[in-house]
Design a protein around this ligand. Structure first.
Ligand code: ATP
Ligand code: MG
Ligand code: FE
Length: 338
C-alpha cells in the first residue's frame, strides 16, 4: 500500500510517500521558520501564503523522490486538523484535487494521531501504550489500547509545553522557535532557581505550565529591577528541569495506573535532549519500552501522516470532496472498528 500524505497544519509545507505504513519512500518538508522569525511566532496569513506557493512543488518532489507515478498510489492522505484553518485548507485542497484527478481515495488524518504514529516509521507500535504528546500546541497523555483508539488521560489546562518553551525563550531574547535554543543553553546551566512544578502534588494527570512561565518572567523582572545580570543558562536549565520533573512524574504515574509498559513520546518537544535522556534512563529502570522518534520525525512532517493513514485505509476511513479543515478535532472521536 502506497500513500501520498500531505501536511500543512502550521508552518511546514510537507509531502511524503509511505509504503505499508512504515517505509519512507520520500519525505519533503519546507519550513517557513525564517519568515516567521521576525514576528516572533507563526503569523497565520503569512503561513497560508507560503503554503500556496510551495505545495505543488513539494508534492511533485515527494512523488519524484519516491520514483512513482500517480497511478502507483493507493490513496492520498491529508491532515484535516487541528491546526491553522487557512494553512490546513491549502493542504486539503491540494489533496482533494490530487485524489479527484487521479481517482484515488482521500483519507483525512488527525494531526496529533500523526505525531504519535511518527514512531511507527521506526518501530511497530505495541499495545496497550501511553503516549506523551508534547508539541507547540498540545500537551497530553493519551492511552491507546489498540490502533486508532485514543483516550485522553490528562492534558494541559493552560499553555502547551512547546508554547512555554517558546515564551520563556522570548523573554530571554532567544530567536523563534525557542525550544531548541533553551535546550542548548540548558546543557551548560544548573537548576539554581527551583521554579514551580505545576500540579505535581495534585491527584490529576492534567498539566499546567502558565505558573512556571510566570515564575520565570517574574524572576527576570526582579533581577532587572535590581540591575543584576541573570544567568540565562541557569534560567534555561531550571525551567527545563521543572518541565522534565512534571512530565516524568505524570507520565509514570499514569502508566502505573493504566498498567502499561509501552511509552511513545511525540511532538516537537520530544526533540529535547534532556527529555530524551531522562525518559530513557527512567524507562530502563522501570522496564518500560520507550520509543521517541528521530528528530526529523518529531517536528511536523507528512511521513507521520502517511503512517497513521495506513491504518485508517484499512478501517475504511474516507473523506469526499466536501472535506473541510477544522482547527479543533477531539482525538477521542477517532475510534474506528475494523
Ligand atoms: P501541534 O502539533 O500541537 O499542532 P506544532 O505542530 O506547532 O503544534 P511541533 O511542530 O510538533 O508543534 O513542535 C514545535 C514545538 O517544538 C515548538 O514549540 C518548538 O520550540 C518545540 N521544540 C522543538 N525542538 C525542541 C527542543 N529541542 N526542546 C524543546 N522544545 C523543542
Ligand atoms: Mg512547526
Ligand atoms: Fe505538530
Amino acid at each position: 500500500i502506497k500513500i501520498l500524505a500531505i501536511e500543512t497544519s502550521c508552518d511546514e509545507t510537507a509531502a511524503s510517500v509511505i509504503q505499508n505504513g512504515s517505509e519512507v519512500l520520500s519525505n519533503v518538508v519546507v519550513s517557513q521558520i525564517e519568515s516567521h522569525k521576525r514576528f516572533g511566532g507563526v503569523v497565520p496569513e503569512v503561513a497560508s501564503r507560503h503554503h500556496v506557493e510551495a505545495i505543488t512543488n513539494v508534492i511533485e518532489v515527494a512523488m519524484t523522490e519516491a520514483n512513482l507515478k500517480p497511478s502507483d498510489l493507493d490513496a492520498v492522505a491529508v491532515t484535516e486538523g487541528p491546526g491553522l484553518i487557512g494553512a490546513l485548507l491549502i493542504g486539503i485542497n491540494a489533496a482533494k484535487t490530487y485524489a479527484f484527478v487521479h481517482d484515488l481515495p482521500l483519507i483525512p488524518v488527525h494531526h496529533i494521531a500523526g505525531h504519535i504514529y511518527a514512531s511507527q516509521l521506526e518501530a511497530p507500535l505495541q499495545f496497550p501504550l501511553m503516549s506523551l504528546v508534547i508539541s507547540g500546541g498540545h500537551t497530553e497523555l493519551i492511552y491507546m489500547k489498540d490502533h486508532m483508539s485514543f483516550e485522553i488521560v490528562g492534558e494541559t489546562r493552560d499553555d502547551a509545553v512547546g508554547e512555554a518553551f517558546d515564551k520563556v525563550a522570548r523573554v530571554i531574547d532567544l530567536p523563534y522557535p525557542g525550544g531548541p535554543h533553551i535546550d542548548k543553553l540548558a546543557q551548560t546551566g544548573e537548576d539554581t532557581f527551583d521554579f514551580p512544578r505545576g500540579l505535581i502534588k495534585e491527584d490529576t494527570y492534567d498539566f499546567s505550565f502558565s505558573g512556571l512561565k510566570s515564575a520565570v518572567i517574574n524572576k527576570l523582572h526582579n533581577y532587572r529591577q535590581k540591575g543584576i545580570e541573570i544567568n540565562k543558562n541557569d534560567v534555561a536549565a531550571s525551567f527545563q528541569k521543572s518541565v522534565v520533573d512534571v512530565l516524568t512524574d505524570k507520565t509514570f504515574r499514569s502508566m502505573e495506573d493504566y498498567k502499561v509498559k509501552n511509552l511513545v513520546i511525540a511532538g516537537g518537544v520530544a526533540g529535547n535532549s534532556e527529555i530524551r535522556e531522562e525518559f530513557s534512563k527512567l524507562c530502563n529502570a522501570r522496564d518500560v519500552k520507550l520509543h521517541i522518534p528521530s528528530l526529523k520525525y518529531c517536528t511536523d512532517n507528512a511521513a507521520m501522516i502517511g503512517a497513521a493513514a495506513y491504518h485508517l485505509y484499512f478501517k475504511d476511513h474516507r473523506a469526499d470532496l466536501t472535506l473541510n479543515g477544522r482547527n479543533f478535532i477531539d482525538i477521542e472521536e477517532y475510534e474506528f472498528t475494523s
